[in-house]
Design a protein around this ligand. Structure first.
Ligand SMILES: Cc1cc2nc3c(=O)[nH]c(=O)nc-3n(C[C@H](O)[C@H](O)[C@H](O)COP(=O)(O)OP(=O)(O)OC[C@H]3O[C@@H](n4cnc5c(N)ncnc54)[C@H](O)[C@@H]3O)c2cc1C
Length: 504
């Protein structure tokens, strides 16, 4: 049994946003975080509406505090493996702990891998910058450098020019530039340095050959390395760029795994990562809601199969059935909630073309065995009376001379009155509907075992059937006493509500 609804790996802005949606959606959520958000190198954060200029860690701290109110748990740990099964995802941490959840959100960000040029890593986030939208305003009108690492980065030079007219671009790592690119640089007054950069220190770019170029800040783009090695074994679909492939809600090719933020969108800034995390949180919750619905629909069947794991009944037909139906001329019969089939086998023995239906496949298997053992031919269907046409689904049509429901009580979802009314519609003209149910709890029943149960008087049963008096003749509306023996061996008398109707 899984412990968490969702595990989020990563407590950066994407992971915390996902967790906020999940916590507010009352999902049991665990966040596992290694504590190294990508923007930890920067003293201030910009371009984040309402939070402009605050330290990046402050936003995350506020987020963590908000999550606490929704019961989200956050642990400091690093995940190094994820395993997936049909029903859950298990996360293993480097300290040996494991946690299991119904869904997983990967929000682990990236590492910006910088070229091995001395001074770049040291200045990362202060004088070595990656994004003019995040830092351009702060260095506007200053001497700015742009270190190109590949031709894909050419646009960055023109972009940075928007913030200053004193821009020099270092092009050696991008190879020889096309004439139209150089022309565009010239047109915008961007200087070009073709010698390789060998170091950046104290506001100076050192070039091979010894030349030095002073700049106040240098823009470059590290190669993004996504933190997703821990799902390498799952075979999730990836983009051409090698990133995890996700849909609009962040779902990966696994039905239980989402990914959001820089780990799948390296260019995303804080607001975009926040939105993606929020979307993934909502997406994971929506999928769990869907699964909860499917589980709830399957629950009655699971419940009854569990109940019928061992033989439940005596194998004798119900006394009221024997008493009431004994004199009827056999035609076609249908027993609703036939359980282990004792009533159906008894009817078949007496010459009825007998069918029984029950939700539990385990009970039906036992009923079939009972018919075989008795040497009678009877039809048993594992079907749900809450379905619109469970008999039709099993290829059975036509009407019945007798429809019976003996103790058709369920403590799990069943619209009993609707099922009985629908079954009444299957009774042929001149045929009978017999409904027998508990009129009162047995003397040995503990209150907690019968609290869920509605004990109908025969009059209430008749009223709940709500059948037109013009079509139905009421033959019996009665409480009948029956001798029984309690679990402690003491004799008792039980009352059964009996309703017998005849279709005219
Ligand atoms: C220097 C710098 C400055 C920036 N400034 C700005 C700015 O001013 N404005 C702006 O909008 N954007 C800015 N950004 C971009 C911003 O950093 C990202 O948009 C944002 O961090 C993406 O959030 P995320 O949640 O996807 O990833 P992250 O913030 O990187 O969070 C990922 C989290 O996952 C954790 N993690 C990783 N692997 C594991 C693992 N195996 N197990 C457990 N936990 C793990 C990490 O430790 C980290 O805490 C800046 C980026 C940089 C590099």
């Amino acid at each position: 049994m899984e412990e968490w609804d969702v595990i989020v790996i990563g407590a950066g802005i994407a992971g915390l946003s996902a967790a906020q949606m999940l916590g507010r959606a009352r999902r049991r959520t665990l966040v596992v975080d290694a504590g190294s958000p990508r923007n930890r190198f920067a003293a201030h954060m910009h371009g984040v509406l309402g939070h402009d200029g605050i330290p990046p860690a402050e936003l995350l701290d506020r987020g963590r505090a908000e999550l606490e109110a929704y019961g989200v748990e956050i642990v400091a740990a690093s995940v190094d493996a994820v395993e997936e099964s049909d029903a859950s995802v298990t996360v293993r941490m480097t300290d040996g702990r494991t946690e299991t959840a119904r869904a997983l959100i990967i929000a682990t960000g990236i590492t910006d891998e910088l070229p091995a040029i001395p001074g770049l890593a040291e200045g990362w986030g202060s004088t070595v910058l990656h994004c003019p939208y995040c830092h351009g305003w702060e260095v506007r009108d200053r001497r700015l450098g742009v270190l190109l690492l590949s031709p894909l980065q050419l646009h960055q030079a023109q972009l940075v020019r928007q913030w200053s007219d004193d821009v020099v671009v270092f092009t050696a790592a991008a190879g020889e530039l096309a004439p139209d690119v150089l022309r565009a640089f010239r047109a915008r007054g961007i200087g070009v340095e073709t010698h390789p950069v060998v170091a950046f220190a104290d506001g100076t770019v050192h070039l091979a050959g010894g030349r030095r170029v002073p700049v106040d800040a240098i823009f470059t783009a590290g190669a993004p390395r996504p933190h997703d090695a821990f799902v390498a074994g799952l075979g999730l679909a990836r983009t051409d760029a090698g990133l995890l492939e996700v849909d609009a809600l962040g779902r990966t090719s696994s039905a239980r795994i989402w990914a959001a933020g820089n780990v799948v969108t390296p260019y995303a800034n804080v607001p975009v990562s926040m939105g993606a995390g929020s979307m993934a949180g909502a997406g994971a919750n929506a999928a769990l809601v869907e699964e909860d619905v499917a589980r709830a629909i399957a629950e009655p069947e699971r419940y009854w199969n569990d109940r019928y794991a061992d033989r439940m009944w005596s194998g004798n037909p119900n006394a009221t059935l024997v008493d009431v139906v004994g004199g009827f001329v056999p035609t076609r019969s249908l027993d609703l909630g036939c359980g282990e089939g004792a009533d159906v086998v008894w009817l078949a023995r007496r010459g009825w073309d007998a069918t029984g239906i029950d939700l539990s496949a385990a009970a039906i298997a036992r009923a079939q065995a009972a018919a075989e053992e008795a040497g009678v031919s009877a039809r048993f269907i594992a079907g749900d009376l809450d379905d619109t046409d469970p008999l039709g689904a099993a290829g059975i049509d036509g009407s019945f001379g007798l429809v019976t429901a003996s103790f058709l009580h369920s403590r799990v979802a069943l619209d009993r009155a609707r099922a009985l009314r629908r079954a009444a519609g299957l009774v042929a003209r001149g045929g009978h509907l017999l409904v027998v149910s508990h009129a009162a709890p047995p003397p040995w029943a503990r209150p907690e075992h019968v609290a869920h149960h509605v004990f109908l008087s025969p009059e209430q049963e008749l009223a709940s059937l709500d059948l037109p008096a013009t079509e139905w003749e009421t033959l019996i509306v009665d409480v009948r006493s029956r001798a029984a023996v309690g679990p402690d061996g003491a004799p008792a008398t039980l009352g059964d509500s009996v309703v017998l109707l005849r279709r005219v």
